[in-house]
Design a binder for this molecule. Structure first.
Ligand code: SAM
Length: 227
C-alpha cells in the first residue's frame, strides 16, 4: 500500500463506523468527543468555537462566487455554513470517498443543491488554473502526504485576488497535541509529517500570498490570505 492508500484506509474507518465519533471530536459536541478533544488538543467549548469561527471567517456573508473546499471530510463544519450561501457555487473534494459520503448525506438532508463533490487528490486537482474565488482548507494539510504539491495546487486553482483560508495542526505549540500526533495520529496515518511550525507556516504563506492574517489557538494554525 502506498502512503495515499494508507491514508485512505485510515479515513475509511473515521468516515464509516466512527463518523459520529469524528464529528463529536472535531465539534466538541459529544461526551467522548469532548474528553478526547481535551486530551489531544486541550480545547474546551469556547476555544473550539474560537478556532472554527476564525477559520471560516474568510468566507463573506452572502458570498456568491466559486468556492473550493479541500478536504471536505464529513462536512460537519461547513455544511451548516453552505446552507446560508444559496448563491455560491460550491465544489468539495476529498481523497476518502467514505468521509465525503457523510458530507454528501448532510448536504442532501439540508437540501443544499448548489454543491458538487469530487473524489480526488489535492496534489492533482482536476480544475483549471484560477478557477475559484475562495479555496478553503480545514484540517487537511497535516494529513496531506505531499504538502508542497498541495500548497502549489491550491494556489494554482485560486483566482488572482482570491482568498486562501483555513487551518491545520502546527507543531511545537501544545505538548499534549504533539504527543498525540506522534504516538497516535501519525502511526494511524491520519496525520503525515513533516509538520509546519507557527513560524514556518507564517513564512510559507507570506512567501506565496499577500495580506496574510495568521493566528493560532493552541496547536491549530489559522490563516486568511490573498493571492
Ligand atoms: C482531519 S480530516 C479533515 C476533514 C474536514 N476538513 C474537517 O475539518 O473535519 C482530513 C481529510 O483529509 C483527506 N485527505 C488526506 N489526504 C488527501 C489528499 N491527498 N487529497 C485530498 N484529501 C485528502 C482525508 O481523506 C480526510 O477526510
Amino acid at each position: 500500500m502506498d502512503r495515499k492508500q494508507q491514508i485512505q484506509y485510515s479515513y475509511h474507518a473515521l468516515g464509516g463506523n466512527m463518523a459520529n465519533f469524528y464529528d463529536g471530536l472535531i465539534t466538541y459536541s459529544t461526551p467522548i468527543g469532548k474528553i478526547m478533544n481535551q486530551i489531544m488538543w486541550g480545547f474546551d467549548e469556547a476555544t473550539t468555537s474560537k478556532w472554527i469561527n476564525y477559520a471560516l471567517s474568510g468566507i463573506p456573508e452572502h458570498f456568491s462566487g466559486k468556492l473550493l473546499e479541500v478536504p471536505v471530510g464529513t462536512g460537519v463544519l461547513t455544511m451548516p455554513l453552505y446552507k446560508t450561501l444559496p448563491d455560491a457555487d460550491i465544489t468539495c473534494l476529498d481523497y476518502s470517498a467514505d468521509m465525503m459520503a457523510n458530507a454528501q448525506k448532510r448536504a442532501d438532508l439540508m437540501q443544499i443543491s448548489n454543491i458538487a463533490f469530487h473524489q480526488g487528490d489535492v496534489g492533482n486537482l482536476p480544475f483549471p488554473d484560477e478557477s475559484f474565488d475562495i479555496v478553503l482548507s480545514l484540517n487537511g494539510f497535516h494529513a496531506f502526504p505531499d504538502k508542497n504539491k498541495a500548497f502549489a495546487e491550491t494556489y494554482r486553482v485560486l483566482k488572482k485576488g482570491g482568498m486562501f483560508c483555513g487551518c491545520f495542526y502546527i507543531q511545537g505549540e501544545k505538548q499534549r497535541t504533539d504527543l498525540s500526533v506522534k504516538y497516535l495520529l501519525v502511526p494511524n496515518k491520519a496525520f503525515t509529517p513533516p509538520f509546519d511550525t507557527k513560524q514556518s507556516l507564517q513564512m510559507r504563506l507570506e512567501n506565496m500570498y499577500s495580506h496574510v492574517k495568521f493566528t493560532s489557538v493552541y496547536a491549530e494554525g489559522i490563516f486568511k490570505c490573498r493571492k
